[in-house]
Ligand binder design. Structure first.
Ligand SMILES: Nc1ncnc2c1ncn2[C@@H]1O[C@H](COP(=O)(O)OP(=O)(O)OP(=O)(O)O)[C@@H](O)[C@H]1O
Length: 625
């Protein structure tokens, strides 16, 4: 598309770098005019050129730059700048990288310093070049051997910047390569050889004819890539670089917006890059923007930002003029062309009073005040724009810091979350164990119960009672045969402990069953001979005393057998004792014997049970003596 026919417009091209993924987020839906569609956002953009990945360097140069170079020869200021996300091919397109890939700069040098053209040209042509970079808001001269020290910026110019006179294209290319080597580059996640600076390569041409001298200038700007700190993974110095890069790009965006809105104030001073480009980035120049994008779906956000920027740039209406055409014999005198806008920038347009001034005094006062008011007005609008730019820059910086911080915070949150989950899991297991414990305990108890049942001898209480009764019977029988043993009778000693032992055995299930007295009892043969009931005694004179002895003995036995022995049986036992004793001994002896065999118990009234018997025995003894 010939540039000359599009004088009123900035030329905007989009170049998409080769895809890294299989799918593309961009679609060219019309070739003439080129219309790009973002299917995911259902958004279309129309530009002057769209170069998809199959477009080579030659095509990009021919369509987007060649017409401008021809205009430079005629004395116009032209600027080509590559803008876009990091890693999308700006340096590749401009040819300002360390790898020489025949990008725009060498091709432009070739076109201007073409031997054939130079030989055929009747005019005297002088070509000079300069190459600077803006790194961290400082300007470095890339063509100087001592390029490490920054150059001072004075207003919109860099007084110390060196220019090199070049006669041939290869000579110019050597300087270009030297400058490329001097550029600040760094490695980011998105580009192993990322340019961390804005680079401005300028070609100055002066063409002298017989009557005049014309100056043209071509700025070839390789802007640093807009970057998301999160994606590039910038840290430390690289992070600061990223902030400055984004600040510069933001200011360029502000300048573009102000230009497209035809604002009276263009914020060039807000960053070094806009200050340096002030002479190039204005409506007096031809501008060609090459917006480099990535069609990878994961870069859609950045691609959208770049396309929006490109669309805003396209709204700028340019009115380029030949800036400087001087009479050869009087180089100071401008002989052609309108006073360019760039020369009157800074001059505030006059503003008229809305209400016409009527009285001469007020008119004269108004005339005096008007310039002051206008000046103040301009200052205020200037301050407003500066503030808004400052605010946007700070917002970007904050977003960058947030983006950098958010992975750290996220990491911390993930770790904390994992810790909390772990603790909750621990707590849960503790709670479950605690809840399960009684269940386990009860199951243990149940199994213990069943064990207890297994180990418990199968003796019913009825049987136990029978056994005890039998024991008592047996004891009684023994007492009847050997009354002297009654004092050490197990019934006497153990009548309380025996059941206790049974109880103890029931509770302690760990002891072997053989130790269980009930077991022993179960094994024992309790069969014994119950002595025949002796013949009833012939009542004697001592019947009364016998009866009292019988009462005492009955009470004693009652205690001994723990009330389980039939008291009638004790009567019978007493009778048998008395009878057997009587056969051999006197009544007195019998009484003594009974007393011996019956321990003294407290009866229910708290009196000794056999005291009467004792007293009687004593009386009998006394009578006898
Ligand atoms: N159209 C293309 N064809 C082939 N390779 C390309 C193209 N565009 C970019 N590349 C390759 O992609 C890589 C990154 O490109 P380049 O360095 O030019 O990106 P950039 O936009 O300048 O990045 P930064 O802003 O970080 O400097 C380079 O290896 C380059 O060769």
């Amino acid at each position: 598309m010939p540039m000359d026919s599009q004088k009123e417009h900035i030329q905007v091209s989009v170049r998409s770098r080769p895809l890294l993924s299989e799918t593309s987020s961009l679609q060219l839906i019309s070739k003439d005019p080129p219309v790009l569609l973002l299917p995911e956002r259902s958004q279309t953009y129309q530009f002057d050129n769209v170069f998809l990945e199959d477009a080579d360097q030659q095509k990009v140069y021919n369509d987007a730059v060649r017409p401008l170079v021809n205009l430079v020869k005629l004395g116009y200021n032209c600027t080509v700048f590559a803008y876009g996300q990091t890693g999308t091919g700006k340096t590749y397109t401009m040819g300002s990288g360390s790898q020489f890939q025949t990008g725009i700069i060498p091709r432009a040098l070739d076109q201007l310093l073409n031997e054939e053209y130079l030989n055929n040209c009747k005019n005297e042509i002088d070509v000079r070049i300069s190459f600077l970079e803006i790194y961290n808001e400082k300007v470095f001269d890339l063509l100087k051997s001592d390029c490490k020290s920054p150059l001072p910026v004075s207003g919109f110019t860099v007084p110390g910047l060196s220019t090199k006179n070049v006669k041939t294209a290869p000579q110019a290319s050597e300087w270009l390569q030297l400058g490329n080597k001097n550029r600040h580059t760094g490695e980011t996640r998105q580009n192993s050889n990322s340019s961390r600076s804005h680079a401005v390569f300028t070609i100055y041409i002066s063409t002298k004819t017989s009557s005049e001298e014309v100056f043209g200038k071509l700025n070839l700007v390789d802007l640093a890539g807009s970057e998301s700190v999160k994606k590039t993974g910038s840290k430390g110095g690289t992070f600061q670089e990223g902030i400055n890069i984004n600040k510069g790009l933001l200011c360029i965006g502000q300048v573009i917006s102000a230009l497209s809105a035809r604002s009276s104030y263009i914020p060039y001073r807000e960053s070094t890059i806009t200050s340096i480009l002030k002479e190039s980035l204005n409506i007096d120049n031809y501008i060609s923007l090459i917006a480099c994008v990535s069609a990878d779906p994961e870069d859609i956000t950045e691609t959208l930002q770049t396309l929006d920027f490109a669309q805003r740039t396209k709204r700028i209406r340019c009115n380029p003029e030949v800036v400087a055409k001087f009479k050869k014999d009087n180089p100071e005198r401008l002989i052609q062309g309108r006073t360019p806008m760039s020369l009157i920038q800074g001059r505030t347009p006059m503003k008229r009073w809305k209400t016409p001034l009527k009285t001469p005094i007020s008119r004269s006062l108004g005339m005096t005040l008007l310039p002051l008011i206008n000046e103040r007005d301009s200052e205020i609008s200037h301050a407003e724009v500066s503030l808004s730019i400052d605010l946007s820059a700070k917002k970007t910086a904050i977003t960058d810091v947030q983006q950098m911080l958010s992975p750290m915070v996220k990491k911390h949150m993930v770790r904390t979350e994992a810790l909390i989950l772990e603790r909750i899991a621990n707590l849960e297991s503790v709670i479950q164990n605690t809840l399960r414990r009684p269940t386990r305990r009860s199951s243990r108890l149940m199994s213990a119960e069943s064990l207890k049942e297994e180990n418990t001898p199968k003796i019913t209480w009825g049987k136990i009672q029978d056994t005890v009764t039998k024991m008592v019977y047996s004891e009684v029988a023994q007492l009847m045969q050997k009354p002297a043993r009654a004092a050490s009778s197990p019934i006497d000693d153990n009548h309380n402990t025996f059941p206790n032992k049974i109880l103890f055995r029931d509770e302690s299930l760990d002891s072997p069953a053989i130790e269980n007295p009930l077991h022993d009892l179960a094994q024992k043969d309790f069969s014994f001979k119950i002595p025949l009931k002796p013949a009833p005694l012939v009542k004697t004179q001592n019947d009364i005393s016998r009866n009292s002895v019988r009462r005492s003995s009955r009470l004693a036995l009652k205690h001994q057998a723990n009330q389980s022995v039939d008291l009638m049986k004790s009567d019978w036992w007493f009778d048998s004792v008395i009878t057997s004793s009587k056969r051999k001994k006197t009544e007195e002896d019998t009484l003594t014997e009974v007393m011996k065999s019956t321990p003294i118990f407290n009866n229910d009234n708290g009196h000794k049970t056999n005291t009467g018997t004792r007293r009687k025995s004593m009386r009998l003894k006394a009578q006898k003596s």
